[in-house]
Design a protein around this ligand. Structure first.
Ligand SMILES: [Zn+2]
Length: 56
């Protein structure tokens, strides 16, 4: 089970992430990555990781 990190999101995205292994989270470009939930929804992939449905 991957370790959770503090929430982060992309300035241009509609979701926030809680796993550093999330591929969508990894694809956020440098400079667009912001700390916090940004009043957004939790990323679907991160949800699946939390539920143990996928490793990343
Ligand atoms: Zn994510």
């Amino acid at each position: 089970m991957p370790k959770q990190v503090s929430p982060f999101h992309s300035k241009t995205g509609e979701v926030y992430h809680i796993y550093s292994v999330c591929t969508a989270g990894i694809s956020i470009k440098r400079g667009r990555k912001v700390k916090g939930k940004g009043n957004k929804k939790l990323c679907g992939a991160c949800k699946d990781i939390r539920a143990g449905k996928r490793p990343r």
